[in-house]
Design a protein around this ligand. Structure first.
Ligand SMILES: Cc1ncc(COP(=O)(O)O)c(C=O)c1O
Length: 382
């Protein structure tokens, strides 16, 4: 395949006539939002999403960050507590803990899946630890069995950050039903989105947490103008829910297309394992393929990896790096010094790059992406 005229983006929302019609119906109805917290479409979206992840309850909110913040508040995680999490994540994971008043404690990751290393979690527990945030990065689930065991033994809450993992599963159970609460994002680039490109969902099996989350979403109100706890305006609009419902119905097809594209990349890159570490899907895990992340084995410096990304972009492949600067090294977060070295985090930050596998990619384009990666690697690591 020749170089496409337009960049193949790392991700893009796939919206059709169904979403357009659903959004138009809401606009025509005039019921745009509901001051009690959730309109009829939002409630329907919550029910269908809860069913999809196998959780009893779901609370729709207006971003993944709101979902995380509401989860911390509902769990009473606040000043004087510590929350163990990876530094190799999007900043919102840590930001939400800090907004709740807690201290993020950054720990290292597994070099294969880039998710929490349970041994490192164990090492970081203190008498102040209140929770563990398991980030299912890139769509690969965390190793939840040991994480849940550690939590149980130490009386800690487990929050799943499933912002990148709609459709992933661990030992046959969908993510979103494994921890005490799980947080999803419907930001435009995610596996599914809602109108306006922003949205989120919290899922749980715990009725009491659910009731608190419902209040937190709407200013802590128990009933109109009666606030019983600290909350926020985290309400989802009816247009967002209407589009979310359509996207949820398409999600299994989207995930299948992502899986097919990932398979194509894996098949074509397998011969180059001396140059790239291709993503490993651990036994018992179902990957949701938010992105296809490879490690450039020969990259000793981030600059070499960045050169490969530049070459790919020149060839219209929208490669991207998640994350070149781990959270603990970002200016605001330097005050939260990790208790132990984050060697694998630092190594991944220098060596990884992500490639598109979204459902808008044709098989031919997936082949092109693999071919261009090999060409770029040969140029940089000759
Ligand atoms: C791992 C992770 N956590 C949290 C978030 C926050 O989600 P949102 O952008 O919807 O606030 C994102 C999304 O960008 C994410 O990737």
């Amino acid at each position: 395949m020749r170089k496409p005229r337009k960049l193949i983006p790392i991700n893009k929302p796939i919206l059709g006539r169904e979403e357009l019609q659903a959004a138009t119906r809401v606009l025509r109805s005039g019921l745009l939002t509901e001051k009690t917290g959730a309109g009829p479409l939002t409630r329907q979206f919550e029910q269908e999403f809860a069913r999809f992840v196998g959780a009893k309850y779901a609370v729709a909110v207006n971003s993944g960050t709101a979902a995380l913040h509401a989860a911390f508040l509902a769990l009473n995680i606040g000043p004087g507590t510590e929350v163990i999490m990876p530094s190799f994540t999007f900043v919102a994971t840590a930001e939400a803990a800090v907004l709740a008043g807690a201290r993020p404690v950054f720990v290292d990751i597994d070099p294969q899946t880039y998710t929490l290393n349970p041994d490192e979690v164990r090492r970081a527990i203190t008498e102040k630890t209140a929770a563990i945030v398991a980030v299912h990065l890139y769509g690969h689930p965390c190793d939840m069995k040991p994480i849940l065991e550690i939590a149980e033994k130490n009386g800690l809450a487990v929050i799943e950050d499933a912002a990148q993992a709609h459709g992933a599963a661990y030992r046959g159970k969908p993510v979103g039903s494994l921890g005490d609460v799980a947080c999803f994002s419907f930001y435009a680039s995610k596996n599914m989105t809602t109108a306006c490109g922003e949205g989120g969902m919290v899922t749980t099996n715990d009725k009491e947490l659910y009731e608190r989350l419902v209040q937190i979403r709407n200013h802590g109100e128990q009933r109109a103008y009666w606030s019983v706890r600290l909350g926020h305006n985290y309400r989802m609009s009816e247009i967002a829910a209407a589009v979310g419902l359509e996207q949820l119905r398409k999600l299994p097809r989207f995930i299948e297309a992502r899986r097919q594209n990932a398979r194509t990349l894996t098949r074509l890159l397998a011969r180059y394992s001396h140059l790239v570490q291709i993503p490993e899907v651990k036994e018992g895990c179902t990957h949701a393929w938010y992105v296809y992340t490879v490690r450039l084995r020969k990259a000793r410096w981030a600059k070499q990896r960045d050169k490969v990304v530049d070459l790919l972009r020149q060839r219209a492949v929208g490669a991207a790096v998640y994350y070149a600067t781990p959270v603990h090294r970002q200016p605001f977060y330097r005050r939260f010094r990790p208790p132990n070295p984050l060697r694998e985090t630092e190594r991944a930050a220098r060596q990884v790059l992500s490639l598109p596998v979204h459902p808008g990619l044709s098989m031919q384009q997936a082949r092109y992406v693999a071919q261009e990666l090999v060409k770029a690697l040969r140029r940089v690591f000759r």
